[in-house]
Design a protein around this ligand. Structure first.
Ligand code: EPZ
Length: 415
């Protein structure tokens, strides 16, 4: 199994171009099922999650034509409505195909997604929304079978502003008869990107990015060319790595407002941030100040940056508390950080971090995507060598991370 070897304690310096957002590309790729016209998408990141999504679309009957900077998907004919479980098991994001497939064909069958390293991750809100639009749902032998003769617009309140549930309901409602209103909708930037894409197809969506989204159903959709937004979590990961290694890095091709929750916290920690129209430059503080962090739905501090910032706080001055309110088991990286000398104690959904002058490299294991990124940051900051195993987790969500870090002066090598 592939590993990363990192010779740590070197400052990252330079400029890095940020890839397209995984968490925008996945729902938008799923949404290509809604139209029988070809769709060309640009700024698609090169990730294993994206490759699995291509495999699933192909299994359903779509044609996929990859180019250097993107992909053209044609869902002219869909000859299957079952998401193969050997593929659904490899990509949790496959549940995002429920809404589009149901809207386009009136039927979708998918194996119930299990939990994952970070939590149980139920999909009750997805199902509640699709049933509200007129779907019937059967759960037999671990498979979900959703059918709908016709989807009819409805008012749907989400008990929690779930990103995935908002995306599935959004996709199902664009072809429903009448008006759908999603209340307490997720407001993440990826929701806006999906809604913008759907409107380019001819959908009629208003309010994306707020907690109330209104959709006027249409009878059919056209094709389009669309460029995926940049990955705010990759940008945040690079800035955090620069802070942890006392470096100076510029991330290019970003939307600064998307990383506001992070840059605000980095400034509180005494790091210097210079924000331009589509870039951000961090000049790390000599000794960063520890700050408390609580993850919340957007525009709160993103849960997808919690692990990475935990590594930064582990080498910052003072004691602080990180509280993870979104997922119930998203501290898997902490045990590995403690093996590198971090002083962190977990109690329930909070972790108390007592900053140390430095960590020490050792053998660690990536347990999930963002935990893996946290270990890369810790290895870059640590004294000595760090070996990270199970880096396949990292490659699910980062486009050539080690290559980009080497260009910033990191000594990180696959082996
Ligand atoms: C999306 O996951 C992202 N994944 C996650 O990124 C991200 O952490 C998450 O949103 C929160 O921002 C993709 O976009 C592919 P949720 P999603 O539904 O849609 C509970 C990464 O690292 N919930 O907003 O699954 C759930 O248990 C990944 O890139 C229900 O209870 O997130 C969790 O506690 C990890 N019932 C909370 O809501 C439901 O029906 C947030 O889940 C749905 C969710």
């Amino acid at each position: 199994m592939k590993k990363f070897i990192i010779h740590g304690h070197k400052p990252l310096c330079g400029t890095v171009w940020i890839a397209g957002a995984k968490n925008a590309a996945l729902p938008i790729l799923a949404a290509t099922l809604l139209t029988n016209q070809p769709v060309t998408l640009r700024n698609i990141p090169h990730l294993t999650d994206i490759s699995v999504m291509y495999e699933i679309l192909t299994e359903l009957g779509c044609t996929i034509h990859q180019t250097t900077d993107g992909v053209t998907v044609s869902a002219k004919t869909i000859n299957r409505q079952t998401i193969p479980d050997f593929l659904a098991g490899r990509l949790r994001g496959s549940i995002l195909m429920m809404g589009p497939l149901l809207a386009r064909t009136g039927h979708v069958r998918i194996s119930m997604p299990g939990g994952c390293a970070i939590g149980a991750r139920p999909i009750d809100l997805h199902i509640k929304g699709l049933i509200a639009l007129g779907a019937q749902c059967k759960n037999s032998h671990g498979f979900l079978d959703l059918t709908a003769k016709k989807l009819v617009g409805s008012k749907i309140y989400l008990d929690f502003p779930s990103v995935g549930a908002t995306e599935n309901i959004l996709c199902a409602s664009v072809l429903a008869q009448g008006v759908t209103v999603i209340q307490n909708a997720a407001t993440e930037p990826e929701i806006i990107d999906l809604a913008n894409f759907l409107n380019c197809l001819g959908a009629k969506i208003a309010g994306a990015g707020t907690d109330t989204i209104m959709i006027n159903g249409v009878s059919c959709l056209r094709g389009t060319n669309y460029t995926i937004m940049s990955d705010r979590i990759e940008a945040g990961t690079m800035l955090t790595a620069a802070a942890a290694t006392h470096g100076e890095v510029t991330v290019l091709g970003i939307v600064p407002a998307h990383i506001n929750p992070l840059t605000a916290k980095l400034r509180e920690m005494n790091h210097t941030l210079q924000i331009e129209e589509d870039s951000a430059t961090i000049s790390a503080a000599k000794m960063a100040r520890a700050v408390d962090i609580k993850t919340l739905p957007f525009p709160g501090f993103p849960t997808d940056m919690q692990a990475q910032v935990t590594s930064l706080l582990a080498v910052s001055e003072g004691t602080c508390i990180i509280t993870e309110t979104i997922f119930e088991n998203r501290f898997m990286h902490i045990g590995e950080l403690v093996r590198m000398g971090a002083n962190i104690k977990v109690t329930g959904r909070s972790a108390v971090i007592e900053g140390k002058k430095h960590l020490v490299g050792t053998r660690v294991r990536a347990t999930d995507l963002r935990a893996g990124a946290a270990l890369v940051i810790a290895g870059l900051a640590a004294i000595g060598d760090t070996e990270i195993s199970d880096v396949y987790h990292i490659e699910r969500g980062y486009d050539r991370l080690d290559e980009k870090l080497r260009k910033l002066g990191a000594e990180i090598y696959p082996c």
